[in-house]
Design a protein around this ligand. Structure first.
Ligand code: AMP
Length: 584
């Protein structure tokens, strides 16, 4: 097929702002394309030469393209640069420059074919290493030498990564369905896309084998599947109304990771289907050790975890790994990510997406052996609201966003946002504006960089009525290295064999200290917590109060005795004021 035919459609598509018109044009185009070329046409129409997940980058530098245009048209660098300043779009520059060349009676060679354009673009993307720059230039020169003005426009836009026809994936799905299937069969087209993330491949199968061939488009290791998403519901009550007895999982606040494993290697894809493997070497290594089968696709949420407190940290803490070529290993060693797994979609060639949640979760358990970096997402299956409520509190206290509830009999609906999975987040997020002064009553042995000292401190508020100290947080943030390594000296004199009799704690610390040292802490808010003992039962049976995301402000309150610390009553007061502020 001639590339010029494609370009004529692109001109029309570009001229319309109506999605329906755009779809109609695509339908006409797809019906006209020979089946053996439709895969290429679909990619080209989206401005690429491979499915998104393959990460094939054309992205030629604009300067380089200017050089090529200067060479091909004989106009020289300066006039081309001037044109670029004027038009701001290198595609339009190419169109104008080639037009001028034609007026100068330098005729183009043979008409360009889709195959030739696609192959040359492929060679441009693939060229690497020494001499690659020249190879890219040569291939682009070949194309532009033979291009008509309109063709040059789209070729240049494609190589600089700015095709921007505005054709979205779903528009192509609609057009493919309209061109090759009946209305009733559209879902099958969509599902094929959702499990393969490869519209070119779906088009190829549809055009060559018809709708019946779509059964061949299967979930495959190495090819990401669109994620199943969830709707939000406001209350637990509504959750039970919709799902009945169901599975509640912690809703980790990190990055969704779809991990593809074979004996040869591991690939990690994000929810947007980007290949993010190189950013997470610790996960690659950990899943290799944890996964017991031959090949498969497992899914979970990656969260940076403070190695000392076990606290979850905001994902921004590791987002600077993105785009890095070097130094990622060191970053991963310093602040590693832990993967909390919640699904298994493919195992040893078998597609599990039509199995129920319960079955998939069981299979996941059978094929993964937990290790330090790979864990199962916390889960509770219940129909009891009070139990679910407590589980929700635990999730929040540990730094999660809330819960995801999943219907026990639900299949994995790739790409769908529905009510088989629902998310429960808090409808408020209070802010803690005041600091508190807490007493250090215990320590947790440091790990990694903090080995040899206390990596986190167990801190308590003072309960005046009972004359005891009740825990309110595990504190591991806000300490410099120097400070951390002064802990043995600072707390050594107060170290005890056992928990101090006046300390009330449900957490087992690695070391106990007599309540003496007071320090100032600021958190993000005060939350209910089933593991901390401050104000236990005062707001809710079985729950105490805790500081969420606590941080040492840098101020030691040496002026305060342990009994001068913030009291449990004060914490309660702060919690109530916080609630009131939220409601107002
Ligand atoms: P949202 O982005 O608010 O629509 O929530 C959906 C996201 O929550 C998913 O894409 C996951 O990245 C994340 N998530 C965290 N924990 C879970 C879980 N246990 N099950 C499913 N998704 C989860």
């Amino acid at each position: 097929m001639k590339y010029g035919i494609l370009v004529a459609f692109y001109e029309k598509i570009e001229a319309t702002t109506k999605r329906l018109e755009m779809t109609d044009l695509l339908v006409q185009l797809f019906r006209q394309v020979p089946p053996e070329e439709i895969r290429e046409v679909v990619y080209l129409t989206e401005g690429r030469i491979a499915p998104d997940y393959a990460g094939v980058e054309l992205g030629l530098a604009e300067k380089l393209v200017i050089r090529v245009l200067a060479q091909v048209t004989g106009l020289g660098d300066k006039p081309i640069e001037a044109l670029w300043k004027e038009k701001g779009d290198l595609g339009l520059v190419a169109e104008t420059a080639i037009q001028e060349r034609q007026q100068a009676a330098i005729t183009a060679g043979e008409a360009l074919s889709v195959r030739k354009v696609f192959d040359n673009l492929g060679a441009i993307a693939e060229a690497a290493g020494e001499g690659s720059q020249q190879a890219k230039i040569d291939r682009l020169v070949e194309l532009l030498r033979d291009a008509q003005p309109g063709e040059a426009k789209y070729i240049v836009r494609t190589v600089v990564g700015k095709m921007r026809l505005g054709v979205a994936d779903m528009t192509i799905v609609d057009a493919l369905a309209a061109a090759f299937a009946t209305k009733a069969e559209k879902d099958a087209v969509e599902r094929a896309y959702n499990v393969s993330s490869d519209l070119g491949d779906v088009a190829r199968v549809l055009a060559s084998k018809g709708i019946g061939g779509l059964g061949d488009v299967k979930l495959q290791v190495g090819r990401p599947i669109l994620s199943m998403l969830c709707e939000r519901v406001p209350t637990l009550q509504e959750t039970f109304e919709r799902l009945g007895r169901c599975a509640f999982e912690y809703k980790y606040d990190g990055l969704r990771m779809q991990v593809h494993l074979t004996r040869k290697g591991v690939q990690i894809f994000s929810r947007r289907l980007e290949n993010i493997t190189s950013q997470f070497p610790e996960i690659v290594e950990a899943v290799r050790g944890a996964f017991l089968a031959k090949d498969g696709i497992i899914e979970g949420e990656g969260v940076p975890v403070d190695p000392n407190t076990g606290d979850f940290l905001p994902f921004q803490e590791v987002s600077h790994r993105r785009g890095r070529k070097f130094g990622v290993e060191a970053m991963a060693a310093e602040l590693p990510v832990t993967l909390f797994l919640f699904d298994c979609l493919l195992l040893d060639g078998e597609d599990l997406t039509m199995r129920t949640y319960e079955e998939r979760r069981q299979i996941l358990k059978d094929v993964v052996r937990e290790n330090e970096r790979v864990k199962f997402a916390e889960v509770l299956v219940t129909d009891n609201e009070a139990e679910a409520e407590r589980f929700f509190e635990c999730a929040i206290q540990q730094g999660c966003e809330g819960l995801v509830a999943k219907a026990l009999d639900s299949v994995y609906e790739a790409g769908a946002r529905g009510y088989k999975w629902v998310k429960l987040k808090r409808d408020y997020q209070a802010a803690m504006t005041d600091t508190v002064d807490l007493v250090v009553v215990g320590g947790f042995a440091g790990r990694g960089k903090r080995a040899g000292t206390w990596g986190a401190l167990l801190c308590a508020a003072y309960d005046k009525a009972a004359d005891t100290f009740k825990t309110a947080c595990k504190l591991g943030t806000g300490f410099s290295d120097e400070l951390l390594f002064s802990f043995p000296q600072k707390f050594g004199p107060y170290a005890l064999e056992h928990r101090h009799p006046r300390v009330d704690s449900e957490l087992e610390a690695d070391a106990w200290f007599a309540p003496n040292v007071v320090l100032e802490v600021l958190g993000s808010e005060i939350t209910l917590s089933p593991v901390h003992t401050a104000a236990m039962g005062a707001i809710r049976e079985g729950s105490g109060l805790a500081i969420r995301f606590p941080r040492f402000t840098g101020r030691w309150r040496d002026d305060k005795k342990a009994e001068d610390a913030t009291t449990v009553d004060e914490l309660l007061d702060m919690y109530r004021r916080q609630l009131k502020a939220v409601k107002e």
